[in-house]
Ligand binder design. Structure first.
Ligand code: NAP
Ligand code: F7E
Length: 324
């Protein structure tokens, strides 16, 4: 039997790297879309780079997406590429809209034109709930985004639903709450804290400057969340699902967990810095993933404390290796 073929946009990102590994372990042939950069940024995929086919394309470039689908004819497309950092979306709102919103339409148009049988996953986000209209948030909770990123993701979600309803595409929107790992970008708060605490522990830094310590998030493990993406594309009917742990913790609790694990008191090292506060904040997110549990059989396997500890351990190890 021939292998199933999947295209992953954003393969060089956190989720793309875990999803590609996950698909390879299931026997898939994996195509990874990368955009042109002057220096190759394959840090997250280097260890399995030879097992995937790298194809060049960009969410800004419709022809490149059409060409990839025409040439490789994947059965599944996972659209993970985006401008994903919320603060940058205020600095570059138009570019964020081009990548994170219109980019989704470009992928869907390419699917519609090349093969409407291709199954499509869209990386939607809990940031769409923004100023939350109910708690916990589930698939039916109304959206109220609070950043240009959140607004762009609402567009991406609805265009996915619209193409499903207009053209009968098998298109799913996965509404994923924050998920983290040692491969998370260092600018996101979990990794900023675990890396910062590890540097302080090793005597490489003296303080850590953060923004709003009161914001609360539902943090899960990226490795668990990519399995949910795959499960969504294996059902009889396409649908939308919230993926979350159902627990919420503040940024302060994150500091307590990371510094505490290293035997440090976070209050001695963390400074609040106004530059990290946002023009509009998402104060509280906590998801209800019971639909995913009931229909996909999906459950998170890593809880908050364990997640933070595995990230601290990975940062300590990497920093010690750097030190020689
Ligand atoms: P990430 O680490 O920031 O990765 C983003 C990926 O998108 C990178 O591979 C990046 O390529 C690529 N990309 C950006 N612009 C592109 C363009 N114009 N054309 C082609 N590729 C482009 O993000 P992540 O954490 O893995 O998240 C994956 C997806 O899930 C994103 O859509 C994000 O918005 C969404 N999401 C994430 C979370 C979360 O908690 N992680 C939660 C909900 C939704 P370069 O390496 O070249 O920059
Ligand atoms: O912020 C607060 C900040 O940048 C979390 C993306 O993957 O998840 C991510 O978006 C919270 C916010 O993630 C700092 O104000 C305090 O309330 O780690 P973050 P995010 O904005 O929730 C969603 C689901 C996505 O879809 C996005 O793509 O932490 N915070 N101090 C800080 N945040 C940062 N980054 N840096 C600080 O110093």
């Amino acid at each position: 039997m021939s292998k199933k073929r999947a295209l992953v946009t954003g393969i060089t990102g956190q989720d793309g790297s875990y999803l590609a590994e996950n698909l390879l372990s299931k026997g898939y042939e994996v195509l990874g879309m990368v955009r042109r950069t002057s220096t190759i940024n394959f840090d997250r995929i280097r260890h399995f780079q030879n097992e995937v086919t790298i194809v060049q394309g960009d969410l800004l470039d419709q022809m490149s997406l059409l060409d990839i689908l025409r040439e490789y004819r994947p059965e599944e497309v996972y659209n993970l590429a985006a401008q994903s950092f919320v603060p940058t979306s205020w600095k570059q709102p138009v570019l964020t809209g081009e990548f994170t919103a219109l980019g989704v339409t470009r992928v869907l148009e390419a699917i519609r034109m090349v093969d409407a049988g291709i199954r499509f996953y869209q990386a939607s986000s809990s940031e769409m709930f923004g100023r939350v209209q109910e708690t916990p948030q589930k698939e039916t909770t109304p959206f109220y985004p609070r950043s240009p990123y959140g607004v762009a993701k609402v567009y991406g979600h609805w265009i996915t639903v619209n193409y499903r309803e207009s053209y009968e595409l098998y298109a799913c929107s996965g509404i994923l709450f924050n998920h983290e790992s040692p491969r998370r970008g260092l600018e996101f708060v979990t990794h900023k804290v675990t890396y910062g605490a590890a540097r302080i522990k090793l005597g490489m830094a003296e303080e850590l400057r953060l923004g709003n310590l009161e914001a609360r998030r539902d943090w899960g493990y990226a490795g668990d969340y990519v399995e949910a993406m795959w499960l969504m594309l294996q059902q009889e009917e396409p649908d939308d699902y919230v993926i979350a742990t159902g627990e919420t913790h503040s940024v302060q609790a994150l500091c307590e967990a990371a510094f505490g694990y290293l035997g440090l008191d976070w209050r001695e090292y963390v400074e609040c810095d106004p530059q990290y506060f946002r023009p509009a904040e998402v104060d509280l997110l906590v998801g209800d993933a019971s639909k995913a549990r009931d229909r996909l059989g999906w459950e998170p396997s890593v809880r908050f404390e364990e997640l933070i500890q595995l990230m601290v351990d990975a940062d300590l190890k990497a920093l010690q290796m750097d030190k020689g």
